[in-house]
Design a protein around this ligand. Structure first.
Ligand SMILES: Cc1ncc(COP(=O)(O)O)c(C=O)c1O
Length: 394
């Protein structure tokens, strides 16, 4: 059986286990193209590694800074595939990329400090900043043009401490060029800003444009770059809550460790999740690459179908497995659009609400592509039918 064929999807399991707006949370019959979480089972090597680890019956504490073999594997992977120049002693496994963002914000922001947050972008940026007592300042970004950061300084005040970079970008699906990232580094260096650099989507490159990590642009320049990676997207491990944070400077790393709570055991990653993450990097790259090929096909198919649907403007993502749809021409707000589709044609999408993505998301909705082609086709058929009903005023 092909890994990413529709027949490899276990819908019964998904209805029992896939939460966060997905199969286990929607009404029977609804197709959820919502949270960015694959419909496919994980690589068998990951299951094998968890089972092996369990076989002697011990689930003791792990090293406080994470299993050394995992830290080493992460550093090697980041260096060999993305040229990030990271060393294993400056990699900290944490219990999800989301947690990593909260740790970074908590480590560098004081109450009242401002952090520049792209708009739209995943809500975790704004929420992590606010939880640290910081104030998010929105920097508008758009799906149809590269950011040039020429006007970034207009958003910087004496209180600005950090810029939050999502590269590749959720929900716009963009990867940013070397030139753009150089410019960002220059401005941040000039104003002494930290960079929260989230690269959780960096394995799912769909287009011709290569992924460039800001960390590859030079060690010295990246002294204040604090990076996040996670295993939910590329390996389907969202339920295991595992990711990592890493940086280039020992003192900064110690700050992150303090903020993470791992030294007191209040923070840290479960042993099984670390074992799974290690197996993902060392044994399941083939799975992630085949998954990306499948997603590339899904994205091309979806763009083709969507471009024939009046009222919708779709953007081919450079990366990620989400698609950002501009629905303003339908005359509905984001929320009205998703409510309509859910009620009339049983298709669940994510509204471009301020809560999920920031004020600049209004008028758009997000669609997840991480499913089999049959489910995607049915989802797009439903969307087409819904648009037709909308036009007829039904
Ligand atoms: C940009 C970005 N960062 C972080 C996360 C959170 O990932 P995790 O499941 O590892 O917490 C997501 C999940 O959608 C994301 O899109």
């Amino acid at each position: 059986m092909e890994l990413f064929s529709s027949s490899n999807i276990n819908f019964d399991a998904l209805r029992r286990k896939a939460f966060n707006f997905r199969w286990a949370e929607v009404e029977d019959g609804v197709i959820p193209l919502t949270a960015a979480d694959p419909d496919f089972p994980v690589a068998p090597e990951i299951i094998g590694a968890i089972t092996d680890y369990l076989s002697d019956g011990y689930l003791s504490y792990t090293p406080k800074l994470g299993m050394p073999q995992l830290r080493k594997a992460i550093a090697e992977d980041l260096c060999s595939r993305k040229n990030e120049g990271v060393t294993e002693d400056l990699v900290l496994p944490v219990d999800s990329a989301a947690r990593g963002m909260y740790i970074i914000a908590g480590a560098v922001l004081e109450p009242g400090d401002e952090a520049i947050v792209m708009d739209p972008v995943d809500y975790l940026f704004k929420n992590s900043v606010m939880t640290a007592g910081g104030v998010p300042v929105y920097y508008p970004v758009s799906p149809d043009k590269e950011i040039d950061f020429e006007d970034l300084e207009d958003y910087i005040t004496p209180k600005t401490r950090m810029f939050c970079l999502c590269n590749p970008h959720n929900p716009l699906g963009k990867v940013y060029s070397e030139k753009t990232l150089e410019k960002l580094l220059d401005v941040c260096e000039k104003h002494g800003l930290w960079i929260m650099n989230d690269e959780i989507w960096s394995d799912m490159i769909l287009g011709e444009k290569p992924f460039v990590s800001i960390n590859s642009l030079g060690g010295e320049k990246n002294k204040k770059t604090l990076s996040v990676y996670g295993f939910s997207k590329a390996y389907g491990l969202a339920g295991l809550r595992v990711g990592c944070i890493y940086c280039r400077d020992r003192e900064v790393f110690d700050r992150l460790v303090d903020a993470s709570g791992v030294l007191t055991t209040a923070g840290g990653v479960s042993s099984l999740s670390q074992v799974a993450a290690l197996a993902a990097i060392t044994k399941a790259r083939y799975w992630s690459e085949a998954f990306t090929d499948h997603l590339r096909g899904n994205a091309r198919y979806a763009v083709k179908r969507l471009s024939a649907m009046p009222g919708i403007k779709a953007y081919m993502p450079d990366a990620t497995y989400i698609m950002w749809l501009d629905v303003r021409d339908t005359g509905l707000s984001s929320q009205q659009f998703t409510d309509f589709m859910q009620e009339k044609v049983k298709l669940a999408l994510v509204p471009g609400s301020e809560k999920m993505f920031g004020p600049g998301a209004e008028g758009c909705v997000r669609m997840c592509l991480a499913t089999g082609r049959e489910v995607l086709t049915e989802g797009l058929d439903r969307l087409e039918k819904g648009l037709e009903m909308l036009r007829r005023g039904e």
